[in-house]
Design a protein around this ligand. Structure first.
Ligand SMILES: Cc1cc2nc3c(=O)[nH]c(=O)nc-3n(C[C@H](O)[C@H](O)[C@H](O)COP(=O)(O)OP(=O)(O)OC[C@H]3O[C@@H](n4cnc5c(N)ncnc54)[C@H](O)[C@@H]3O)c2cc1C
Ligand code: FES
Length: 275
């Protein structure tokens, strides 16, 4: 299937601070919103930022008929410069890029087509900014009432809890310091839930996005419990369009580009040593 990718200067509709280090930026693009699938990303050129030549990859967070939202954490010069952009300004953006999550029941072996009907249980596992693309996925599969596990270092880094709940998702929070939800790691919670609910296993499917060590743990847990998992990898990217090979990861079928064949992969495909 040929995917539609656009490059243009898109007008910023809003840029809202949603926490000390987080903002949600909305740009007008009916084309990107129509074409984008959960797990895909856009490449944003950040102007007025000295020495920044490379575009920055940011996941699509949600879409409406005319506009597209990205949810961003300020971690360095580009994300800081983006946080200062105002409504009415323009951003040079390419997207949507990459391969997103497969979420049609017919494409999910665990769901056996329609065999599980309403009882099929997607489990969404988000670490830190992993919530950004996973919210878009939750919107698309809300009828299946996903169980959402959100993990972060501390309370102020828990994002989108209310938004997931509004979709009808059941949400569980974990923080490293115990300041919100239970104390611990999101992968410990995943392990506990699967161990205590043996009935859940046969009907579950895991979708995860977050830091690499978390994804590695999710992959191991999903394998231990015999549950399929799709994970969205974050790699440093240069071109973002498959040309430079700067983002390759080792998989069971050779090296694959995170920006082109990914960022979403079947967790069983990834060879984790060294990652
Ligand atoms: C497919 C994809 C989707 C992404 N989606 C989002 C999103 O929805 N929201 C969001 O806030 N961020 C997202 N990111 C990460 C985002 O691209 C980086 O935070 C951003 O490029 C940092 O740019 P900077 O100039 O502000 O900071 P830099 O100075 O470039 O980096 C600051 C710190 O972040 C680390 N870092 C930068 N880029 C990456 C990366 N790609 N993977 C892992 N670590 C990185 C650097 O090593 C450094 O420690 C995504 C990355 C990828 C690959
Ligand atoms: S960033 Fe260039 S190939 Fe992926």
């Amino acid at each position: 299937m040929i995917k539609k990718v656009l490059q243009s200067n898109f007008k910023i509709l809003a840029n809202k601070k949603i926490g000390r280090d987080y903002f949600k930026l909305t740009f007008v693009s009916p084309e990107i919103s129509a074409a984008a699938c959960p797990g895909q990303f856009v490449e944003v050129r950040v102007p007025d930022c000295d020495g920044l030549l490379l575009r920055r990859p940011i996941g699509v967070h949600s879409v409406s008929s005319k506009s597209c939202n990205i949810l961003v954490e300020i971690v360095g010069p580009a994300t800081r410069a983006l946080s200062h952009k105002a409504a009415g300004e323009y951003l040079d953006i390419i997207g949507p890029l990459g391969n997103g999550f497969s979420f049609q029941l017919s494409a999910i072996p665990a769901a056996g087509g329609s065999a599980f009907g309403g009882s099929f249980q997607p489990i969404i596992v988000a670490g830190g900014m992993g919530v950004a693309p996973l919210y878009f996925l939750a919107e698309r599969i809300k009828q299946q009432k996903p169980l959402v596990l959100i993990g972060a270092r501390t309370k102020s880094q828990i994002l989108c809890e209310k938004e997931f709940k509004k979709l009808g998702c059941s949400v569980k929070i974990v923080t490293d310091d115990g300041s919100c939800g239970s104390r611990g790691r999101v992968t410990d919670l995943l392990k506990k839930i699967l161990s205590e609910n043996s009935g859940l296993k046969a009907q579950s499917y895991i979708y995860a996005c977050g830091p690499k060590p978390m994804l590695k743990a999710v992959s191991r847990i999903s394998q231990d419990h015999g549950i399929p998992a799709q994970i969205s990898l974050e790699e440093h990217m240069s071109c973002g369009i498959g040309a430079c090979l700067g983002c390759v990861v080792k998989t069971t079928t050779g090296f694959q580009r995170v920006c082109k064949e990914g960022p979403v992969f079947n967790s069983r495909e990834i060879i984790w040593e060294g990652l």
